[in-house]
Design a binder for this molecule. Structure first.
Ligand SMILES: Cc1ncc(COP(=O)(O)O)c(C=O)c1O
Length: 405
């Protein structure tokens, strides 16, 4: 029976190219114009960059938006500008991209891992307070896969303990929580425009905030410590050159025209796929989070139960599914704290307190997600017609039948 599977040379269940990024002559012409203008970077293109920042701020409903070189730097700017000091603790989930943790270490702060909710894979708000100490200064909730965290609970905890909240919305462009765009609820919201992201220019980042002081500080840190009204060679703070170029902004300005429609499309397909996969024994799509009103489906995640697939390991299952033509992946192989960086404390020159030790950290929900359960379908697969979703479900059923009969 297994021989009919595409991985063994059988026909694919779905045989089409899921391209990303999507673009047309608009991007090509706009980039040519910029190249011809010779205004490629700072300081010549300052107004054009600002115009895109204003457009992004308006799109999100925030007062300020600040471009930078990538999502990691967006988080770095927000955290440092929020006033953390060496040795401060920052609460983060262990089911996220490494950058959510490294920017904390690079600020000489200590990442404290709090497990995720088994239903949504987002930071579990009910476990945060137990991790708060007198050194805790901030929480970085990650809207994982584009699904909103339970921000009401997180903001209430932050208010009670006087903590900063920096939303990692690197997966959440255009997504909403109780009708508000992700990134607008905490003190700052950070986005990535790296190649795989729902809004991309290859590499890039953005921070949004309503806080003028925070914005001014982030602006200075992005621009080698310069300040408003200062001289070109006058530097007040320990920043760096994290500025975006006009070439990146030009692509983003063209791409953002499609963001709202694409987000709706992914949301619609995600909802439909959710209903299809829920009917398959051994497959459970993640639940929609409390208060989540628009999911950007940067990733469509479902839980895989190998006991219903003749004990087929998750990795083999996801390889089979990919071979069937479904753009999917097994996701993170391990929780962040299991990475050699944390286990071996390879913190280089950064001043992380000696006593910090990650060898005994255990977040069971994250471990289960990484090792056994989570399978990701990637965002560009969610932009096609409904029939694609039918095919994704069909591919899973085909594998199940093949391995169990
Ligand atoms: C959740 C999360 N946070 C932060 C980042 C960092 O973004 P960038 O790669 O643009 O630095 C990523 C990138 O994949 C991410 O997935």
């Amino acid at each position: 029976m297994k021989s009919i599977l595409a991985i063994n040379g059988g026909p694919k269940t779905i045989d089409k190219n899921f391209n990303w990024p999507l673009f047309d002559e608009t991007e090509v012409n706009a980039i040519s114009d910029v190249v011809r203008s010779g205004k490629w970077g700072n300081p010549d293109c300052g107004d054009m960059v600002k115009a895109f920042e204003d457009e992004f701020a308006t799109f999100c409903g925030s007062k300020y938006a600040l471009t930078c070189v990538n999502g990691s730097v967006a988080l770095r700017l927000a955290l440092i500008a929020s006033g953390v000091r060496p040795g401060d603790e920052v609460i983060i989930p262990p089911y996220t991209f490494i950058a959510t943790s490294t920017i904390v270490l690079e600020a000489n702060c200590v990442p404290v891992f709090v497990d995720i909710d088994p239903d949504t894979y987002n930071l579990d708000p009910n476990k945060i307070e137990a991790a708060i100490t007198k050194r805790t200064r901030a929480i970085i909730p990650v809207h994982f896969a584009g699904q909103a965290c339970e921000m009401d609970k997180i903001m209430a905890i932050a208010l009670k303990h006087n903590l900063k909240v920096i939303e990692d919305a690197c997966h959440g462009h255009g997504a909403e929580y109780r009708g508000k765009k992700l990134g607008t609820i905490g003190d700052a919201g950070c986005f990535s425009f790296q190649s795989s992201k729902n809004l991309t220019c290859g590499e890039g980042g953005m921070v949004i905030t309503d806080d003028e002081k925070l914005y001014d500080m982030m602006n200075s840190l992005r621009n080698v410590g310069r300040v408003k009204g200062g001289q070109w060679y006058e530097h007040h703070f320990l920043g760096c050159n994290y500025r975006m170029t006009q070439l990146q902004v030009t692509i983003l300005s063209a791409q953002i025209r499609h963001l709202a429609d694409q987000t709706e499309k992914r949301h619609e397909n995600g909802t439909y796929l959710n209903s299809l996969l829920s009917k398959i024994d051994g497959i459970q799509p993640l639940a929609r989070g409390v208060g989540e009103t628009l999911h950007s489906y940067h990733i469509f995640i479902f839980k895989y139960d190998r006991s219903k697939f003749n004990n087929l390991p998750k990795t083999e299952f996801s390889n089979m599914l990919a071979a069937e033509g479904v753009p999917c992946f097994m996701g993170y192989p391990q929780p962040l704290y299991k990475q050699p960086l944390f286990q071996k404390k390879n913190f280089m020159c950064y001043a992380i307190p000696e006593e910090v030790d990650y060898t005994n950290v255990c977040c069971p929900v994250t471990e289960k997600a990484c090792y056994d359960e989570a399978v990701w379908i990637l965002q560009h697969a969610m932009l096609g017609p409904k029939e694609d979703m039918d095919k994704f479900a069909e591919a899973i059923l085909k594998i199940q039948k093949a391995v169990t009969t």
